[in-house]
Design a protein around this ligand. Sequence first.
Ligand code: URA
Length: 234
Amino acid sequence: MERLDKIISEAGLCSRRDCERLARRGLITVNGLIVKNSAEKVADDAIIELDGEPVARRREVVCIMNKPSGFVTSTDDDRNPTVMELLPDEMLRQKVVPAGRLDKDTEGLLVFTNNGELLHKLISPKYEIKKVYYVEHEGDVTDSAIQKAKEGVLLKDGTVCKSAVIERLEEGKSTICIREGMYHQVKRMYAALGLHVNYLKRIRIGNLPLSDLKPSEVRELSEEEINLLFADPA
Ligand code: URA
């Protein structure tokens, strides 16, 4: 059971005070009956309407997208298509935002949520959430590059990165696991190691893999999967 004014204000339709006024005017119904007291508590499955329009309840949502290339990670951009355009209406109604950023030409795992605390934990450097990228590049990863990544790559602007793990897959292909999320970080780290990145895809956050999500596909995470985001990869 929750207060009517709380549900309606959290749905982003009006303030609690406005809700009180609208209720007094008889504009709010619960299961088809007018409710004039906006402080009234209603059942979780009650159907609420405001001025004849159904009120979509806000709930905490965490979802993932397999971001395709060509979309910017932004809620608003005049010149480029944004990842928001790929979200289903229900996720937009729930007011989710991207947790972190992938470059326009980067593909892969992108998390969205409307839970502020979770958002903070995912993007704050303090929590050092591990992110794994699949990288295709010019040149080959050498033992010396792997060692430098482990010790902390010195970027061209003088920034020293936290220790990262690069694994060579084959010539021109590797994975990297980083614990921070600076601007163009992977591309800049590889550039500092003398390797130009041609293709970048995030394939894991914490212990949650992108798995078989198709490009542009979005799906909600279960409680268990949300916990995996914060787990240390084995
Ligand atoms: N590092 C990059 O260089 N680009 C991304 O999109 C993500 C990490």
